[in-house]
Design a protein. Structure first.
Length: 179
């Protein structure tokens, strides 16, 4: 009978340890959830503030978009922004490709995508790129990458001759080869 009580005590101790481990995990997840909620709240406030600013702007004021690696162009009527150093509404993180521009001007994830497409032996799909840039092959990651690929096509960094099949932009490779 003594060994039965020892076995129950051992199982109880093991269960206590597991409960403590789960409580620690719950505390960590609770902290992460709190941080995620705070981030969400800040983003909601930012979106609401931008919507308010845009709603209050007179339609005749120009909207300036600053691209990565591009200088800020002079505004047509500088007196409209007296006292303000610069009035920027949006930032273009993926600039339109121009001759002489390399992938180093792109944000890291876009640079990685351009490099994977350039290294591929032929046209590639988003689902082929995702694992090569270090992301899990999940639907959300594939769709997010597809969106980035489409943006790179719009801005002249890549071509999409067949829907969903991406290649390096021909005009880029043709102008690069002629140097």
């Amino acid at each position: 009978m003594g060994s039965l009580f020892k076995e129950l005590e051992a199982r109880e101790a093991a269960a206590r340890v597991r409960v403590e481990e789960l409580e620690a995990e719950a505390a960590e997840l609770s902290g992460r959830l709190r941080l995620a909620k705070e981030s969400l709240e800040r983003l909601q406030i930012a979106r609401e503030t931008v919507a308010e600013v845009l709603a209050e702007m007179p339609p005749d004021k120009p909207v300036v978009v600053v691209g990565a690696g591009q200088p800020v162009a002079e505004e047509p009527d500088a007196s409209a922004y007296a006292g303000a150093e610069r009035h920027v509404i949006g930032v273009l993180t993926v600039p339109n490709w121009r001759p002489g521009m390399g992938p180093e001007v792109l944000p890291q994830v876009y640079r990685d995508i351009v490099e994977v497409v350039a290294d591929a032996p032929g046209p590639v799909r988003a689902k082929q790129i995702v694992p090569r840039i270090g992301l899990p092959a999940e639907t959300g990651k594939i769709e997010s990458t597809r969106s980035k690929l489409k943006r790179l096509v719009e801005r002249g960094w890549l071509d999409e001759d067949t829907p969903g099949m991406f290649t390096p932009a021909r005009r880029r490779t043709a102008s690069s080869d002629s140097r």
